[in-house]
Write a protein that binds this ligand. Structure first.
Ligand code: PGA
Length: 253
């Protein structure tokens, strides 16, 4: 089955509003005319509104990096699904390993976030992946399985159609150590098999699975050549229009 490739840039805690505008203006120019690849950017919350305005008329989608599951109330410092919807977000990244590692997120809180996002009509980029120790101890598959069962708990096959899964081995994030295409493909194949067991063959074939972890213009082509790799979640290399546009234009390489 043909799945539309999906390249998303996770800007993390980078770019002031001014810097975000500079980047998005340049990006719009350098990736104009790219067809048959879906592109999204996830600026920090403070820059979402400005970037949305700049993206009017462009096919680049806006994504947020996280949300909280309640609609409103006394939750100092948090951002709700309706707030993201209003500001024009199409996607939200949930369960990123940095959230899990540094901000105490668990499979359960990830699941609550996913439910809240979908209920509000946001599409979700759901991140999973093992740390180095788990890989070395050959626990990658059992960990992935646990993260998927926990994060996707209670979601219907229909709701899954609004999900994208990002496999991001934590040892590859920001380290310059990309997983080899074969290493990534092995886990992507496992994830798709698990989706089939949890839902159905149709759902498993429809869902896009991105790879994330030190993706660069040099590594993207090999990754995208794998049958179960449908895109990339890009951190560091998404902060410059030059490198991100090369990744988006992987088909031209
Ligand atoms: P990286 O980040 O490309 O800088 O490794 C990827 C991510 O964390 O989504």
């Amino acid at each position: 089955m043909e799945r539309l490739p999906f390249i998303a840039g996770n800007w993390k805690m980078n770019k002031t509003v001014g810097e975000a505008l500079d980047l998005i203006r340049e990006l719009k120019t350098v990736i104009s005319g790219v067809k048959e690849v879906e592109v999204a950017v996830a600026p920090p919350f403070t820059a979402l509104d400005a970037v949305r305005k700049e993206l009017e008329g462009s096919s680049i989608r806006l994504a947020a990096q996280n949300l909280y599951w309640e609609e409103k109330g006394a939750f100092t410092g948090e951002i709700s699904p309706p707030m993201l919807k209003e500001v024009g977000c199409h996607y939200v990244i949930i369960g990123h390993s940095e959230r899990r590692q540094f901000f105490g997120e668990s499979d359960e809180t990830v699941n609550r976030r996913i439910n809240a996002a979908l209920a509000q009509g946001l599409k979700v980029i759901f991140c999973i992946g093992e740390i180095l120790k788990e890989r070395e101890e050959r626990k990658t598959f059992s960990l992935i399985e646990r993260q998927m069962e926990g994060g996707l708990k209670g979601l219907s096959g229909k709701e899954m159609r609004d999900m994208v899964i990002a496999y991001e081995p934590v040892w590859a994030i920001g380290t310059g150590k990309t997983a080899t295409p074969e290493q990534a493909e092995e886990v992507h194949r496992f994830i798709r098999g698990k989706l089939e067991r949890l839902y159905s063959k149709a759902v498993s074939e429809e869902i896009r699975i991105q790879y994330g972890g030190s993706v660069t213009p040099d590594s993207i082509k090999g990754l995208m050549n794998q049958p179960n790799i449908d895109g990339a979640l890009v951190g560091g290399a998404s902060l410059r229009a030059e490198s991100f546009s090369k990744i988006v234009r992987f088909k031209e390489m």
